[in-house]
Design a protein. Structure first.
Length: 171
């Protein structure tokens, strides 16, 4: 009877030990996939002035022809597109360095608990919160929204300009 009790006790001890070791396995954090060097892949963006697209604003408010508006919009889009080239290196010590659009930068970063908001504290431009729409070990997709005011039509009243960029980085 004692032998049977020892065998059951040993079995329970082995199972319990196994549960402890598997239960204590280090959980993967959301930031684990983020750390590394990322290269800009594809980008798409939308530019709005107030509630109008850039092209609509140029034709409807500024009175340019459709051809002039299209040519001007293409120049603006090309300029914006150039700023979305390069790399960013996100380090495990919560710092980063980047070379985007030919401009180098560095600073710190933090990630919210569910891994959907990346806060960048840039040494040159300050704090920016970026939406992470997808992250895997090889793909990082973000949505970057930049809102600012500028008097586009020289009427003395600044217009609200919103640029929303969807950027895919690859590793």
């Amino acid at each position: 009877m004692k032998t049977k009790f020892l065998k059951h006790s040993t079995l329970i001890l082995v199972l319990f030990t196994g549960l402890i070791f598997t239960g204590c396995k280090k959980d993967k954090k959301a930031s684990d996939d983020l750390v590394g060097t990322w290269t800009v892949g594809t980008t798409s963006f939308t530019s709005m002035i107030g509630t109008m697209t850039l092209n609509q604003y140029i034709t409807d408010v500024m009175g340019w022809t459709a051809a002039e508006a299209l040519a001007y919009t293409a120049i603006i889009n090309q300029t914006i597109q150039q700023s979305f080239t390069g790399t960013i290196t996100i380090k495990s010590d919560n710092t980063y360095t980047s070379n985007l659009g030919g401009d180098t930068d560095s600073g710190t970063w933090s990630l919210n608990s569910d891994g959907t908001k990346l806060t960048i504290n840039s040494s040159s431009t300050g704090i920016q919160v970026i939406d992470i729409t997808e992250i895997t070990s090889s793909v990082l997709k973000i949505k970057l929204t930049n809102v600012f005011s500028e008097d586009v039509n020289s009427d003395g009243t600044p217009e609200s300009i919103t640029v929303v960029a969807d950027i895919t980085f690859n590793r």
